[in-house]
Design a protein around this ligand. Structure first.
Ligand code: DC
Length: 223
C-alpha cells in the first residue's frame, strides 16, 4: 500500500433526504467514521438554549458555544461531559437550530471541530456544506434528494406512528427549514446527485459504494 490519505466522502442534502441513514450505513460498509456535522449545530443550539441566550444574537451565541465542550464518542454527542444525543434530536433544538446555525462566526468554530473529527481516519462527512466547506477536497461528494412528500413521511415516521396530520405538519416544518437553510445548501462542483425516493437504504448504499470505488481508483491513478 502507498501512504495515501484516508478516504473522505461528503454527503449533503436537505432534511429528510435520507442523509443520516445513508451516511451511517455507508460508513459502516466502508469501515470509515461517520461524521454528522448537523449534530454539532444541534449540540451548539442546546448549549445556547440551556444558557438562556437569545438565539438571534450572533456574538453571544458564538461566545456561549466557544465556552462549551462538544465531543462525539461512538456516534453520540457529548456536551460538557453529558451525553445529549437524544435531547439534541428533540423539538426544542429542532425548532431553534436553523437560526443558531446561520451565524457565520459560530460556523467557523464548528467547522474546525468537524474537521478535527475527520482527522487521520477519513470519514463519511454528512451535512449541508460538507462538500463545499468542511471537506471540499473530498474525492467523492454526494448530494441526496427525495420528493417533498417522502421527506415529510420519513421525518414523521422517525418521531412516532405517522398519521396524515403529522405528515402535513412535518411537510410544513421541512419547507420552513429548507427556506431558512437555503443559503447553506449549495451543491459542490463535481457532486454526484442521487434521488433516494422509493429506494431502499441498501440500494442507495450499493450505488454509493460503486462511486466510492471509482473515486478511490481515480485518486490512486492520479497519484
Ligand atoms: O441534518 P440535521 O437536521 O441534523 O441538521 C440540523 C440543522 O443544522 C439544519 O437545520 C441545518 C443545520 N446544519 C447546517 O447549517 N450545516 C451543516 N453542515 C449541518 C446542519
Amino acid at each position: 500500500m502507498t501512504g495515501r490519505a484516508p478516504l473522505v466522502i461528503a454527503i449533503d442534502g436537505p432534511a429528510g433526504s435520507g442523509k443520516s441513514t445513508i451516511a451511517a450505513a455507508l460508513a459502516r460498509r466502508l469501515g470509515l467514521p461517520h461524521v454528522d456535522t448537523g449534530a454539532y449545530y444541534r449540540a451548539a443550539t442546546l448549549a445556547v438554549l440551556r444558557a438562556g441566550v437569545d438565539v438571534t444574537d450572533a456574538d453571544r451565541v458564538t461566545a456561549t458555544v466557544r465556552r462549551a465542550r462538544i465531543d462525539r464518542y461512538a456516534g453520540r454527542v457529548v456536551l460538557d461531559g453529558q451525553d445529549v444525543e437524544d435531547e439534541i434530536r428533540g423539538p426544542a433544538v429542532t425548532a431553534a437550530v436553523s437560526t443558531v446555525s446561520a451565524h457565520p462566526p459560530l460556523r467557523y468554530h464548528l467547522v474546525e471541530l468537524q474537521r478535527a473529527e475527520v482527522g487521520a481516519a477519513g470519514g463519511v462527512v454528512e451535512g449541508r456544506d460538507a462538500g463545499t466547506v468542511v471537506v471540499p477536497d473530498a474525492p467523492l461528494k454526494v448530494w441526496l434528494t427525495a420528493s417533498p412528500a417522502e421527506r415529510a413521511a420519513r421525518r414523521a415516521a422517525q418521531l412516532g406512528p405517522a398519521d396524515s396530520d403529522a405528515v402535513a405538519l412535518h411537510a410544513a416544518q421541512i419547507a420552513e427549514r429548507d427556506a431558512s437553510d437555503a443559503a447553506r445548501m449549495v451543491r459542490a462542483d463535481g457532486v454526484v446527485e442521487v434521488d433516494t425516493s422509493g429506494r431502499s437504504v441498501e440500494q442507495v448504499v450499493a450505488e454509493l459504494v460503486e462511486h466510492a470505488i471509482a473515486a478511490s481508483a481515480a485518486r490512486g491513478g492520479g497519484g
